[in-house]
Ligand binder design. Structure first.
Ligand code: PXG
Length: 464
């Protein structure tokens, strides 16, 4: 029997994992002592670990398993495609049927005027593509000095050198550095940073930082602005309603390119096919990955508006691409995933059923003594933990201490709900049913109660 997939005792698997497997974004020595939780199988919204626990996955894996686990049709398609054409590239004037069909399907679903797709293997790779693409675009237009990309503090755009540089996370910049020509402005996080301002005014203030930055740098030096319609990894920060319209006004006024990073918000997460539709944004480029294949295969890409694609496509080669750009197996699986989403009306399910049902219960968590604001768009939500709601206070303990404790209670109660600092976040598979939402909320409440009691016992319900 193959020792990797059998029923080896969990402790032995953990020991092998600790000995040989370096985990992303993890202190491996600490994990080695504790032992990783090892997942074995999954169906719908339910994970099963090697100890037989049934865990409700409030994070859709890593924000990606939009159609839920265990859809065997995707495996069938993958096998058929591997048997027929396991690999071919799309360089050097060749193409293949899955890449063609997937690009056409994406163009059908994308907002008007966005009809071209450049494929990558992940969201990070796609954002690296975007950096090169927008700079090349301005080169061709005779404005080579337009190279700077403006992004946001606490944004997340991946962890390659390009993606990590676009992201505004200092912890990532600290490990390996940051490429030149990327600058950051403030994020529209009213709860943590809005002070006495109304959310509306704070949204405008943050958006206008873009205009100030363009003027400071000189518009002749600015290529593009990039933002997630809703910051995901940054803590599900849903911007005030005033924010995106003002960003759009500024981008239009100065004629810079707008990149919407839809890696999380794409493919139904916000109750529309794309977050840009939910927030009324008209981007030139959208980054996609994750929900494109529901995580069943690694694939990402850039959806490009006709103007940018036409300019790029008519001035010699664009010297960029990946061995696995448009990989046939990944493309075939992604196409099947999108067909299932359409056939089963999964975006409509998010908008008309799951979001309204979850919202009532999620908003109700604001009654809990530990919870300040509860926010939700589509099926991505967050709650801010606080020792004092009226003051929107932070905890005196180091940021993340309380969030981590809460996450540990969730884990113990067989609920995957993540923490970002002292915010708890969810993004369950889009197929979650009302009954499953009831279970998710019940486990969240139990975990919050246990966390709260623990904080009181340890004297941690203290404001900074
Ligand atoms: N853009 C956004 C908006 C993302 O959320 C990426 C780009 C990069 O995608 P890849 O496929 O290269 O990972 C992401 C990925 C977290 C977490 O802790 C979030 C992501 C990845 C890993 C962890 O929330 N988002």
């Amino acid at each position: 029997m193959n020792k990797i997939t059998n029923h080896m005792p969990t402790a032995e698997l953990q020991a092998l994992d600790a000995a040989h497997h370096m985990h992303p974004f993890t202190e491996n020595a600490a994990l080695a002592k504790k032992g990783a939780r090892i997942m074995k199988s999954a169906k719908g919204v339910w994970l099963t670990d090697t100890e037989g626990h049934k865990i409700i996955d409030g994070m859709a894996g890593l924000w990606c398993v939009n159609i839920g686990y265990g859809r065997t049709e995707l495996g069938d398609v993958a096998k058929r495609q591997m048997d027929e054409l396991a690999y071919y590239n799309t360089f050097f004037q060749t193409s293949h049927i899955p890449a063609i069909a997937l690009a056409a399907k994406i163009a059908e679903l994308a907002p008007k005027g966005m009809n071209r797709v450049f494929f990558a293997g992940s969201g990070s790779e796609a954002n690296d593509t975007n950096i090169r693409m927008v700079r090349r675009y301005w080169d061709i237009k005779g404005q080579s000095e337009k190279r700077i990309i403006i992004a946001r503090n606490n944004g997340y755009h991946g962890s390659t050198l390009g993606g990590g540089s676009l992201g505004g996370m200092s912890g990532i910049h600290a490990h390996g550095g940051k490429i030149a020509g990327i600058v950051h402005i403030g994020e529209p996080n009213w709860w943590a940073q809005g002070g006495e301002m109304t959310p509306h005014d704070f949204g405008l203030l943050r958006a206008r930082e873009l205009e100030e930055k363009i003027l400071e740098l000189g518009v002749e030096n600015v290529a593009a602005f990039i933002g997630e319609p809703v910051q995901g990894a940054g803590g599900v920060i849903i911007p005030p309603d005033s924010y995106w319209p003002e960003i759009q006004r500024i981008v239009d006024k100065y004629g810079i390119l707008l990149i919407a990073d839809e890696v999380i918000t794409g493919f139904g997460r916000t109750g529309n096919w794309f977050g840009s539709q939910t927030f009324g944004i008209t981007p030139h480029i959208m980054t996609i990955a994750k929900g494109l294949s529901s995580g069943y295969q690694p694939i990402g890409g850039s959806i490009v508006c006709d103007e940018v694609a036409d300019v790029l496509g008519s001035h010699g080669d664009f010297n960029h691409g990946y061995t696995y750009s448009g990989h046939p197996v990944a493309a075939a699986v992604a196409l099947k995933n999108l067909e299932i989403m359409q056939d089963e009306k999964i975006v409509e399910h998010v908008r008309d059923v799951a979001n309204p049902y979850l919202w009532k219960l999620w908003k109700g968590l604001e009654e809990h003594p530990l919870v300040g604001e509860a926010k939700l768009v589509g099926l991505m939500g967050s709650i801010a933990l606080t020792p004092d709601k009226a003051k929107r206070a932070r905890f005196a303990s180091e940021t993340g201490t309380v969030g981590y404790r809460c996450r540990e209670r969730c884990f113990a109660n067989n609920l995957i709900m993540r923490h970002v600092g002292d915010r708890m976040i969810i993004a369950p598979p889009l197929v979650i049913t009302p009954d499953e939402i009831d279970i998710l909320i019940a486990r969240a409440k139990t975990s919050l109660d246990e966390c709260y009691m623990g904080l009181k016992a340890d004297g941690l319900m203290v404001s900074a």
